[in-house]
Write a protein that binds this ligand. Structure first.
Ligand SMILES: Cc1cc2nc3c(=O)[nH]c(=O)nc-3n(C[C@H](O)[C@H](O)[C@H](O)COP(=O)(O)OP(=O)(O)OC[C@H]3O[C@@H](n4cnc5c(N)ncnc54)[C@H](O)[C@@H]3O)c2cc1C
Length: 458
């Protein structure tokens, strides 16, 4: 890797070669137990714009060195970890919100803008950007590259539903614009949507145009508590048939809420039960919000809820969200988790999935803590490290994955395959799909320069 040539492109201050100066860059948010090994020779570069990224990728193709893209480093699949000797390309300097366009209800932001700044800019203008991955450090490029989702996907869907345009630097160095501020676009194959969720394998995202929606005026959060985990899960699929679509419906084990509340020095408000689902309702009028909340509370009470509490003030709602959002950090601090899974099944199959998890717990005499965006069928079981100590962790994961696939699901709903889930891909039932994906990668990246050894099994 030609350090001098890289300095010539981005300036000497933006090329870092000493490991001690890049410690925060060589890992992502993956749990320590599955953190991939970082390579010895990594050069961190921080280009200022698409043109500099284009020159780096042209150089990489000429000299045949790999480039790994890094956004906010909040990924949960090891995708941004430099597991091979490479140039690690951080997009952090592409940090401008270029336009909030009220006439078209769209926002244009560079690839390194943090998710937090993006939602703030939209909300300051009286609008709303629904996708909400749990970590505010995530940046525009990373969120689009992972097709991130989060709690609000129940009502609004995932990031893909909001991306209208992208500027991308292709692995071979050309800069292309895909889509734009358009509601309709029928111009041939949809490369825009191929790029969304490609986890940095097909190009570096340097700019994105997102559709916005009107900011809801009212919200409330209700927490329904159940004695049994399965009872809570059984309620989640009962809303859709009654045409009730809340903003979010999050499943949490009670003990995980307590661990997270303790970690934050606060209190989880629901004291009864072993399992909770909390629902967020939004609307244009208080009546609309409360009639939805009441309908959900009634369904919960008729189906085994032992308590339902309503959080109305902003502070009460924020407390619940904060505790939910920090469960992963609290689990990390305890250092008890072997892996953080991201399985997704059709929403109506959620109960069967939970039944399978309970069976697997019994089979291996273990406990598998669970959180999840339950109403959309996406769960995050966290098999414990003690399974690894007994040599059983991989077997337990395989059992969970096989059950997920049996129910018509996928082994990643929102975090992606990155580097850590590749060894599980042989479980995918259709090899032809991988063959097609590898063909597309070859067309975009003939020298396998960008993000190699991740996303696609070698
Ligand atoms: C506490 C916590 C909660 C989370 N909750 C959720 C959740 O609810 N829903 C959810 O979907 N995710 C969640 N995540 C995961 C994470 O926030 C998302 O995957 C996010 O999209 C990652 O963005 P990032 O900028 O941090 O990307 P990184 O971690 O930096 O990178 C992720 C992948 O994207 C690629 N990439 C990064 N930037 C670019 C770019 N500009 N162009 C092309 N490729 C790029 C990288 O190479 C890598 O493969 C959570 C993470 C944490 C730590």
């Amino acid at each position: 890797m030609n350090v001098e040539a890289l300095r010539g492109i981005v300036g000497k201050d933006w090329v870092i070669t000493k490991r001690e100066q890049m410690l925060d860059y060589v890992r992502d948010a993956v749990f320590n137990s599955v953190m991939p090994k970082v390579a010895e020779n990594v050069i961190l570069v921080k280009p200022a714009n698409a043109e500099e990224i284009s020159q780096i990728l042209k150089l990489a193709n000429k000299e045949k060195f790999p480039v790994v893209v890094r956004g906010g480093g909040s990924g949960l699949a090891g995708g941004a970890v430099p597991t091979i000797d490479c140039v690690l390309l951080s997009v952090e300097r592409l940090d401008k919100i270029e336009e909030v366009d009220r006439a078209n209800l769209m926002i244009t932001a560079q690839g390194g803008v943090t998710y937090e700044s993006l939602i703030e800019a939209a909300e300051d203008a009286g609008m709303f950007f629904p996708p909400k991955p749990g970590d505010v450090a995530a940046v525009v490029g990373g969120v689009v590259a992972c097709n991130a989702a989060g709690a609000r996907a129940v009502k609004y869907g995932v990031t893909r539903n909001f991306v209208k345009g992208l500027e991308v630097v292709l692995p071979t160095g050309e800069i292309v614009t895909l889509g734009g501020k358009l509601i309709k676009n029928a111009m041939g194959l949809d490369l825009l949507h191929l790029m969304i969720g490609s986890e940095g394998s097909l190009g570096v995202i340097t700019r994105a145009v997102f559709r916005l929606v009107p900011k809801p005026s009212y919200s409330c959060t209700l927490v329904a508590s159940f004695n049994e985990r399965l009872e809570a899960m059984k309620v989640a699929p009962l809303l859709a048939p009654q045409m009730i679509i809340p903003l979010a419906g999050e499943y949490v084990d009670h003990d995980l809420c307590e661990i997270s509340a303790k970690y934050l020095g606060t209190e989880w408000p629901a004291k009864k039960g072993n399992a909770h689902i909390f629902y967020i309702c939004i609307g244009e009028t208080e009546d609309e919000v409360y009639s939805q909340a009441e309908a959900i509370a009634k369904i919960c009470e008729e189906n085994g809820a032992i308590d339902v509490l309503m959080a109305e003030t902003r502070a009460e709602q924020d407390n619940i969200l904060k505790i939910r959002g920090e469960i992963a950090s609290a689990q990390k601090a305890e250092d008890s988790v072997g892996d953080f899974l991201d399985i997704c099944v059709p929403p109506a199959s959620l109960t069967e999935l939970m039944e399978s998890i309970l069976e697997i717990e019994k089979k291996y005499d273990t406990r598998i803590p669970v959180t999840g965006h339950s109403v959309d069928g996406n769960l995050h079981p966290t098999p414990l490290k003690e399974l690894a100590d007994r040599g059983l962790l991989e077997q337990v994961k395989e059992d969970i994955y096989k059950e997920t696939i049996r129910l018509g699901g996928v082994i990643s709903g929102e975090h992606g395959l990155g580097t850590i889930r590749l060894h599980s891909t042989p479980l995918w039932p259709e090899p032809k799909i991988w063959e097609l994906m590898r063909g597309i990668k070859k067309a975009f990246d003939p020298n396998n320069i960008l993000n190699p050894h991740r996303v696609f099994p070698d």
